[in-house]
Design a protein around this ligand. Sequence first.
Ligand SMILES: C[S@@+](CC[C@H](N)C(=O)[O-])C[C@H]1O[C@@H](n2cnc3c(N)ncnc32)[C@H](O)[C@@H]1O
Length: 190
Amino acid sequence: MVRWAQRLVAEVLEAGDLAIDLTAGNGTDTLFLARQVGSEGRVFAFDVQLEALQHTGARLTEAGIAWILDGQGDAGTVRLVHDSHARLTEYTQGPARGIMANLGYLPGGDPGLTTRVEITLEALRQALDLLAIGGRMALVVYIGHPPGEEECRAVEEWLQGLSSRYWHILRLQVANRRQAPYLLVVERRG
Ligand SMILES: C[S@@+](CC[C@H](N)C(=O)[O-])C[C@H]1O[C@@H](n2cnc3c(N)ncnc32)[C@H](O)[C@@H]1O
């Protein structure tokens, strides 16, 4: 699903654009977004776990991409933000052409440090306000564990209430593995 999410965002995200990773974790999507927007672009990547951001930073350094975290590091393409994504609009005003979120908890990490439904919905509302016309937001959601299931339901219910005049919403699921993570992509049409 991560691969599909990246493909669908790559179709609309170009060099020089602004992009946002709402859940940096170990940096897979942050690295993808940074490569996509290039040195003229900007990426904001959020995580509440400092360790996750440090891993992401190390990964970016390996790839030769400049980043800054809480004022430390070289100002460059990526700003790593050690804060909740629910405060997204305190850090950037957009417009962003690509936004990604991979909900749930960090694989191999503490399952208690998972995304929370109310906070997720607040972050997603702000994220849609920042999305550029023609831009896409890709969310990988996890239905396979109880808090994840509640989160999936709440996110989908909210997305279904958005006007189809302005928003196109795609759902991509593994048809022969119903409990597998799935992808929701929101495209802003107007
Ligand atoms: C499934 S992981 C992300 C995986 C990531 N895309 C990667 O490549 O490794 C979810 C991440 O969301 C983070 N998270 C949970 N609540 C958050 C919040 N309120 N704001 C920002 N990040 C949060 C967790 O710390 C965790 O690292």
